[in-house]
Structure formats: C-alpha cells, structure tokens
Design a protein around this ligand. Sequence first.
Ligand SMILES: [Zn+2]
Length: 399
Amino acid sequence: MSAIFRVLVNNQTYTDRSSHALQSALSHAYHKSEAFCMCHSQPVKLIIKCYHKGTLNVMHGLARWPETGFDHHQDCLFFGDNPIDRLQHALPAVVKTEEGLQRIYLEAGLELPSKASVPGQLKSFKSKSAEVKRNRLDDATLLNTLWRTSSLNIFRGKSTQWFQACYAILNAAKRFIINQSGATLDQYLLIAAANHDKLINAHNQTVMAHAGNGKHQLLVIGRLHHIHPEKKRQILPLKEFSGIPRISVQREQLESFLNAHQHVGDNSIGQTSKIMLARIAPDNKEWWNCESLNGMITDQNLIPCNSIAELAFAAFLVSQERRFVRIIHEGPDDLQSRCQFILIDGFPRTYCEVFDSLLQDGVDNIALRGKFFEGSGKRYLSWIREDGSPFPTLPEVQN
Ligand SMILES: [Zn+2]
C-alpha cells in the first residue's frame, strides 16, 4: 500500500513528491503562501520547509504542523504524531535524518564499560557542547517510541497478532541509529517470537552471534508469562522465547513491574498482554542478567492501555468497528494530551477521555475540556466507567 500524497500549493494540486514542478511551486510559496494536504475532503495545513538555505543544494519540502498528524487520512504520508520531548528548550531525543532514518539519543548506552574506563560511561551519542541540553530516551520511552513508530497504537479495523507486532518492531528498530558508528537499534534488540517465526528467529541468531564478545548489553522485547512468586531468582518468564538466551531476573524486579501496572489488572474485559522491555548484560557463558525491566499492558490487539476504563473503551470501539489511535503520552500534561483515544474515521476528529472513576477529576474540568476542544474545532467526549454509565454515542463514520 503506497501512502497518499496529494497536496495543494498556490491552488495547484501535486501528487508526485519528487517532481520539479512541486519543488518550484514550494520555492515560490515559501514564506509567501500556504500549502495544504488534500488527503481527504478536509484540507489540512502543511509547513513549507527550506533545507540547505543559501547553498546550491537548496531544497524545499513539506511537513505536518504539530498536533495535526491525526487530522490526516490514515493512509496519508503526513498521518501520525511527533514524539514530545520532556525538556523544553532542549534538543530533541529523536532526530530525522535525510535518508529516512532517525537518530535516537538513549539515556544509557548499550556498551558495557571496559575495565579501564569510568563505570557507567555512556558510549551512545554525546552532546557536542556541554551547554546544549538534549532530551534522551529512557527504556520506557524507547518502548513507547518503538510502539508509535510501528503504528501499534493504531487500530485500523483489523486485529493485530503478536507475530505481526514482532515484524513491525523489527522494521522500526532498523530505522533507529543509536550511536556515532551508525549502528542501528535492531543490532542490539532481541524479539521474543514463537518457534515457527523464522524471520525473527534468524534475526535473533544474528544478534546473539555478534553479542558473543560480552562487550555490550542487549535489549529484549517480549510478552511476560506467569511468574513464580516463590522463587527469589528465576528465568525471565516469556510467553514466546525462541532465540532468547537464559535471562536471570530477581523476584523484586518482576514484582515492581506488576505493582506498577496493578491498576490495569487482569479482568473480564478481554485478554491483555504484558509487554516487557528488558535490558540484559552477559553474566556467564550460559546466562544473562536482567539489569532493568520496563513495560506496558496492552489489550488483545496490542493497543497500550493504562486503566481498566481504557481496556473497556478500546474493546467498545473495536466492537463498533471504529478506527482509532491510542495516544501515547510523554509530554507536558496539557488538556489535549489528557485524552487517550482519537477516532480517525470521521471529521472533525473526536478526542475521547475515559476515567475509571470521576474522583480523579471533576465534572467542572470535563466541561472545561469540552469547551477547549470545541474552540479548536475538534470533538470531545468523555466516559466514566465506575458509575456504570452506558458507552457514549459515537459520531458517525465518514471517509
Ligand atoms: Zn494528509
């Protein structure tokens, strides 16, 4: 499926991204007029960008405005969201390169300190200048970034199976450059897939073959299985574990993960998955040691859910055959970022906020939020699970 590309510049429509005609139109329009994406009936404003300004290689391009990514058609080239950096006025943690790859700045590098060097020294990207602060991805945010890049937080009307997620994650990891020597994340990432998943198994074999020198840590993504609460140390219990080495994990590590996600709980709403991102270091020949454990709970379609209300609402949307995004939050807690779901099968987009109980918030605040969204031309709806209220009426689907 090729992405939709249909833009309007100076009242002229262009459908070829690389055409000279579009380049010339953009260079005329730059700083003078606006460009719009025409992926569906509702035009969405685009930014005209200028690259290599003042050189012979000057080029123009188009980009989405912040917070308009989900206003585009789901197959549009500009559909999607931008990661939000926690530190404002600092350099971003994820930077697009011209080759369509992304540089990611990890909080902790994957190289192990050699005996001569300072323990914990980072071998990932370093800041060029000490004064320039840079956002960095911790492992929990890295997992979110992988999920978002793989579009695993989007329900497009078809259920998502774990093997599909494995491929999507691997492909996303191949596009992330993680250090100065140009290594990509996939070279350090094991993905816990089923036995018969040949491609992922071959990938894991390659990763393990290069991990033999014991000089770096690895990351492992997999689904957590039943833990043995009586064992102080156990093998990391993964649901699928083909090609994964033996990883020793402490009971406290598993317990603190489970406690952090207790409020999502096992429940009657449907099957959930506990997704783990483990950072592991070689221990001895046979074993690796789990250094840290991060993760999230997803519904049966691998959509991240952070409360029982979210699981119930996601199941409701799926039963209604709706297409939606589960927004992955990281940034400052503004009104818009409080919503968990956006319906992407109608216009204007509907932002949905769901609560386990109203105690977390107040009726006044909900009314305020409704006004905020109305003012910005978007729809807002809220749903509270605890009071047993029926699911809200959803706006109609329009394409
Ligand atoms: Zn568009």
